[in-house]
Write a protein that binds this ligand. Structure first.
Ligand SMILES: [Zn+2]
Length: 437
């Protein structure tokens, strides 16, 4: 019962993703409306490629059969939940029919599939218990979720679920979010592995100061850092692909959980590429710092820059979350209903006293509208421009704050040489270097 979830829906299609090894993999799609099930052959091919690329990466599988459950619905709450031989996933109604607009969540199936290897088969020893009465410790979540987050994006690109430019835009957004997260100054990444216990899986109010389950996406940046470092040190003959095969690819076909500890991670990394990996990981997990670990970008000659145009990824992701993103300019996001959903600690909005859950009623005396706020931010680029006046509603009380800001709209992008990333995101089997063998 624990590993056999059920999704039910009136409209249903089943797609066979089975590879040459004849081990059954199926994509089971439930939808609100029959037209939402209109998947094209190319779209199903990308899902087949996910299975192919995962098997090439890990060199094994740990399921007798695997069943993706995917609900395309506005009626259910969002879910992405891993099981050993299946996963529960939900997506927007336009998952297939608005393929070019809904890619902002299309690492999801790759993420949950990866968990069959990373999380269900190989599991940090603190997260394994002989029964459901024994408490678990989440110290190893930076591998369980962090590296899964990493492979989720990489496999999405290799399979064609997302394009390479889309994944690079997604990585730029992750880099920007964590580089601007001021909570890192007092709270080391490893401490965020306690968040599922402290916060019941819902971020605290001041996410950028209190931090949240940062081991997911900052963990992803740590693994990007490690992957590029292995590639550099080995002269592009080794990569994190080799780690994945060595660590997760053992005992092909076995569904028995195999536990590990920090030392085994270090030992396996050292077997791939000798280096002081214990120090590397300790610095990134246990130290506080002012900046996110972004060497995974700079090592290949890329850097995160901010421009006035949002990337397609930010547009897709913001639409899926029903928010307007002004995070790196004024320092806030606003829901479609006009409620401030997040305020960046230390940002101009924060300095003016804006807090989460206030309603943004008007901007410079005119009813709030995301496009109009964009225009006002752009107009305020002029150094002589007056502060931007925000009329906020807090329950039954209204008040106005003045935000002094002349920096214009700012959205993250990757600039410079991204050739190394392109190589890493290319499908296995098509790469000629040893890292892709
Ligand atoms: Zn996960």
């Amino acid at each position: 019962l624990v590993d056999s979830p059920i999704f039910a829906g009136k409209y249903f299609r089943k797609f066979d993703l089975t590879q040459d090894d004849k081990v059954s993999v199926t994509l089971n799609v439930m939808a609100d409306q029959p037209e939402d099930l209109a998947a094209t052959d190319a779209q199903i091919e990308a899902h087949k490629n996910l299975v192919k690329q995962a098997n090439l990466l890990f060199g094994s599988h740990h399921y007798a059969h695997y069943d993706f459950l995917l609900a395309l619905t506005n009626k259910l709450g969002g879910i992405g939940l891993e099981h050993h031989q299946s996963s529960e996933n939900s997506g927007p109604r336009g998952y297939f029919t608005h393929w070019d607009k809904t890619f902002g969540m299309r690492d999801l199936l790759a993420h949950e599939f990866t968990h069959s290897w990373n999380g269900k088969y190989r599991r940090p020893d603190g997260l394994w218990a002989p029964d459901f009465n024994t408490p678990q410790r989440g110290t190893g979540l930076w591998v369980y979720e962090g590296q899964t987050q990493y492979w989720g994006y990489i496999l999405a690109a290799r399979a064609g679920l997302m394009t390479v430019p889309q994944v690079k835009e997604a990585l730029a957004e992750v880099a920007a979010v964590y580089d601007n997260r001021q909570g890192r100054q007092w709270r080391p990444l490893i401490d965020t592995t306690n968040d599922p216990i402290i916060a019941q899986r819902s971020p605290e109010s001041w996410r950028s100061w209190q931090r949240s389950e940062d081991y997911y996406s900052e963990g992803q940046l740590v693994w990007l850092d490690a992957d590029t470092l292995i590639r550099k040190l080995s002269g592009n003959t080794k990569s994190l692909n080799d780690f994945a095969k060595a660590f997760f690819g053992t005992n092909n076909g076995s569904v028995v959980t195999s536990t590990y500890n920090f030392d085994e991670i270090v030992k396996t990394l050292n077997a791939v590429q000798p280096y002081d990996w214990a120090k590397f990981l300790h610095e990134r997990l246990y130290n506080t710092s002012t900046h996110a670990p972004l060497d995974g970008f700079t090592r290949g000659g890329a850097s995160v820059v901010y421009t006035e145009k949002p990337s397609d990824y930010i547009k897709s992701y913001s639409d899926l979350r029903h928010v307007s993103d002004f995070m790196f300019s004024l320092g806030l996001t606003v829901s479609k209903k006009g409620t401030v959903s997040e305020v960046l600690w230390g940002s101009p909005a924060w300095q003016a006293g804006v807090t989460r859950d206030q309603d943004l009623v008007a901007v410079n005396g005119v009813s709030y509208d995301p496009d109009a706020l964009q225009d006002e931010i752009t107009t305020a680029k002029n150094k002589d421009a007056a502060p931007i006046e925000l009329l906020l509603r807090d329950g039954e009380r209204y008040h106005t704050v003045s935000v002094t800001y002349h920096g214009g709209l700012r959205y993250p992008h990757l600039e410079g040489n991204t050739q190394l990333l392109d190589t890493m995101l290319a499908p296995l089997g098509a790469q000629k270097d040893a890292a892709g063998k």
